[in-house]
Design a protein. Sequence first.
Length: 181
Amino acid sequence: MKKQPSHRITRRQFLIGAGAALAGSALACGRGQGIVTLTPTTPATAPPITPVAPAGQAADLALINGKIITVDPADSIAQAVSVKDGLIQAVGSSVDISTLVGENTQVIDLGGRSVTPGLIDPHNHFQVTGLMHSYYTPFLPPAVRTLDDLQAALSEVVAQTPEGEWVIGYFMFIQGTGLPS
């Protein structure tokens, strides 16, 4: 009788595959463009821009000769951006933005470096937010405020969960002496 092939992988096979996937991802993302730099880069020196914009229309800040990641629906990347009164004034080529440079505009030559939109809340758990009420069991106020409340609610959920299945939940704002050990 022929032995059935095993679809199980060993720990060694997993580690080799994971390492290869990680290395491949790093190489694919890098594409030789120096994503990670260990030493500071010096931006390319561009010819000075002659201020031409009237005082009332001039940008406060112009970032030129870069990669402006717009995060628009087309995922377009522009070369330059201007800012006036704390708001984005225009996005386009360095030539386009140079027409908005005035006497008091701060011009920064990015030398090919990238600019991304600011992140207002950089620490967020999107996977939890998306699955909060469909996958995870919430143990939240007002029902759960103390460690005793949490243990009682957890016991109730465990009693209703079929044997062998996981209870996946989240909690916050536990008052008292600390978290369970």
